[in-house]
Design a protein around this ligand. Sequence first.
Ligand SMILES: Nc1ncnc2c1ncn2[C@@H]1O[C@H](COP(=O)(O)OP(=O)(O)OP(=O)(O)O)[C@@H](O)[C@H]1O
Ligand SMILES: [Mg+2]
Length: 411
Amino acid sequence: MKTARRQHSSRPAGAAAAGLPLELAELRARLADAEEALRAVRAGEVDTVMVAGTAGSQVFTLDGAEHAYRVLIESMNEGALTLTAEAVILYTNQCFARMVQLPLERVIGSSFLRFLSATDQLAVRRLLKRAAKAGSKIRLLLRAGTGAQLPVLISIRPLTTPGARDATLSMVVTDMTEARRSEERLRALSHRLVDMQETERRRVAVELHENISQLTYAILMRCDTLARTLPAGARASRAELLKLRDLLDQATEEVRRIAQDLRPSALDDLGLLPVLRRACELFAKRASVRVNLKAVRSIARLPAAVETALYRVLQETLLNVEQHARARHVTVGLRQLGRQVQLVVTDDGIGFDPNRYPARQKGKGSLGLLGMRERTTSVGGALEVQSAPGRGTTIRARIPFDPDTLALAHS
Ligand SMILES: Nc1ncnc2c1ncn2[C@@H]1O[C@H](COP(=O)(O)OP(=O)(O)OP(=O)(O)O)[C@@H](O)[C@H]1O
Ligand SMILES: [Mg+2]
C-alpha cells in the first residue's frame, strides 16, 4: 500500500519569512513532499492519504480503480471536492483551484471554510451537518486567495464508502458568474418593461381623457341643445334623442372608468392615500367584501414610482381577492416606518400554498404575483406572500425611499 502524507499545518503563515534558513529548508522539503504526494494522487499511484489534524492523523483510502474517475473529475468544468465532515479538503480538482486562484497543493489538506466569509462559514457548517444524511445546496460567495469573490452554487452529498469508518462528503462547486449576469440582465429588462407599461398606460389614460371624453362631452352638450330646439310636435324624435344622450352618457362614464383603471390621475395630483381609499371603496362595492383601510393620515407624499408601485400591488391584490379568495373581510394597511413604506393587505379567504399555486391555464403561468414582485423590486423593495390553505392570505410590500428626493419627485 502506498501512502501520501499531508500535514495540516498550524504554523503561522509568516514563519517562513522569519529568515531562519533551517526553517526555510524544512518548508521547502515539505512543499516538495506535498507536490510529490499530489502528483502521485493525481496519477493514481497511491492508495491512501494521511491528513494530520489536531485530533491526530486520519487515513483516507483512495481506491486505485477510481483512477478513471479522477481523470474525469479533472476534465470537469466545475469544482469537485471530497471533504471530511469537518470540511478539510481531501481532494479537489484543478477547476476548483482555479476558482480560488491558488495552486492545488495549497488547497488540498486545508479547510474549505477558509474560502468563505464568516456568515457563509456558519451556513456551510450547518449544511455539512445535514449533508452527512442527505444532500443539500446553497448559493454563496467564494473568496479566492487574491481576495476576489466568485458567486457559486455548492452542492454537497454524503459519500458512502463501504466499510469506511469516517464519513466523507462530496461537493460540486458551480461558477454562477454567467448565470448571475443573465439574471441581472433579465431583471433589468423586466424592470424596463414595467416602466414602459406604466408610461404607456399613462399616455393612453391621458389621451382617453383629453380626446375621447372631451369629444363625447361636446356631443352630449349638442344633444341637449338639439332636444331643446326640436319643435314641440317632434316627440318621438326627442325621446330617441334622449335615449341617444343616455347611451352617450354611459359611454363617457365607461371611458372615464377605463382611464382611471389605467392610471388614476389623482395618483399624480393627490397622492397615494386618496387613491387607495377610492380603490378600496370601489372594490368593496363591486365584490361585496368588507374593507377596512388603516392608514396614517399624515403619510408623506412618496416618490412617484413608489406610489405607483404600491397602487399597482393593491390593485392586483384586490383583484386576486375577488377572483380567488372567497373572503368576507379585507384589511388594507399603509404605514411609514422611517425611510420605509409598507403596504399590507390581509384577507380571511381560502388561502393557498404560495410555493405551489396552480397555473391559470395550461401552459400559461399566473402573472399577478410575479408582476407585483417585479413592481416592488423595480423600486428597490420586497414583496412577501404569506398564505396557507384555509388560513387567508397576507401580501406585504416594503419599499425603502429617500425622503430627500421627495420634493424633486413631485416638482
Ligand atoms: N388572496 C388569495 N386567496 C386565495 N388564493 C390566491 C390569492 N391570491 C392568489 N391566489 C392563488 O395564487 C394563484 C396565483 O395568483 P396570480 O395573481 O399570480 O395569478 P392569477 O390570479 O391566477 O392570474 P393573473 O393574475 O395572471 O390574471 C391564483 O391562481 C390563486 O390560486
Ligand atoms: Mg391574479
